[in-house]
Design a protein around this ligand. Structure first.
Ligand code: URA
Length: 277
């Protein structure tokens, strides 16, 4: 049986381009038969690529959102509140209402008063083994994205809509997401980030209550209302796992542009040598 020769040059070129965009320092192992878009395609033009005006996404009500005083929590108090929420989640075990393939609950981690929060979809195999969010291949790419923003993983808070691994890493159903949503919203209320970046459609739909596609939602600010009247700006972007599957300059440029919008909102300068500088 013959197989197509591996185009090493093309892989290396893609690796170099991604390194430039996101600081990625590894070459992804593509599955045979998975189409890779041509690296010759023009890259998006960095930070200024997403200049579309903010879309009018109505803020959503938070059913069990954080009380107003929680915005005053200091770090230790916020960590205690997160620990207590995790204990309540474990007692309530909303995931018992649906099928999961989990070993560990993956609640979330990072700075309990982070200015920037990332919300993903659900734990995968590695996350399930370790009990930590985004530690597999997608997590390595997320780490590089965070570093490219001039931040460390410890500076941000990372969690998922679902806290347990779905069987075969299936996309969470709306019912599963709805069962876990109150705990996510409470996490948001405790951390009180200045900006949330949602990674992929399930997280974006859960927080923004929009039926739009990712292509339409990304690069545009949405808003999540808290029960105390505050609202948190939400920047949807593609999931790192999608990026690994669609390893094109165009896709990477779009994600970088979204991250630059988040940085702009936080008053952060992209580190020197990054494409947006
Ligand atoms: N994908 C996610 O959405 N979350 C993780 O924690 C890991 C992979």
């Amino acid at each position: 049986m013959s197989s197509a020769p591996i185009d090493i040059e093309r892989l290396v070129r893609q690796h170099a381009q991604t390194s430039r965009l996101l600081g990625v320092d590894f070459v992804p192992a593509y599955r045979r038969g998975v189409e890779i878009e041509s690296p010759e395609k023009p890259a998006a033009s960095g930070v200024h690529a997403a200049t579309t005006p903010p879309v009018a996404i109505p803020p959503v009500a938070v059913p069990r959102g954080a009380p107003a005083h929680q915005k005053e929590l200091d770090r230790p108090a916020a960590q205690r509140a997160l620990d207590a929420l995790r204990e309540r989640y474990e007692r309530d075990a909303p995931h018992e209402a649906f099928v999961t393939a989990h070993t560990n609950i993956v609640f979330g981690e990072g700075d309990p008063r982070a200015r920037l929060m990332f919300v993903g979809e659900a734990p995968g195999e590695e996350e399930d083994k370790t009990g930590r969010p985004f530690v597999g291949r997608a997590g390595q790419l997320l780490n590089k994205m965070i570093e490219a923003m001039g931040l460390a993983r410890e500076d941000v808070y990372i969690c998922n809509v679902l806290k347990t691994r779905p069987p075969n890493n299936a996309t969470p159903t709306p019912t599963e997401a709805a069962l876990c949503e109150p705990y996510l919203l409470e996490q948001v209320g405790i951390v009180s980030p200045e900006v949330i970046v949602t990674l992929g459609l399930p997280a974006t739909r859960t927080l923004l209550k929009s039926d739009e596609s990712m292509a339409r939602l990304r690069g545009r600010w949405g808003s999540l209302a808290l029960s105390d009247g505050r609202s948190i700006p939400v920047m949807p972007t593609y999931h790192p796992a999608y990026l690994l599957r669609n390893y094109t300059p165009e896709a990477r440029g779009k994600v970088w542009a979204d991250l630059c919008l988040a940085m702009e909102r936080l008053g952060l300068q992209p580190p020197k040598g990054r494409p947006a500088s």
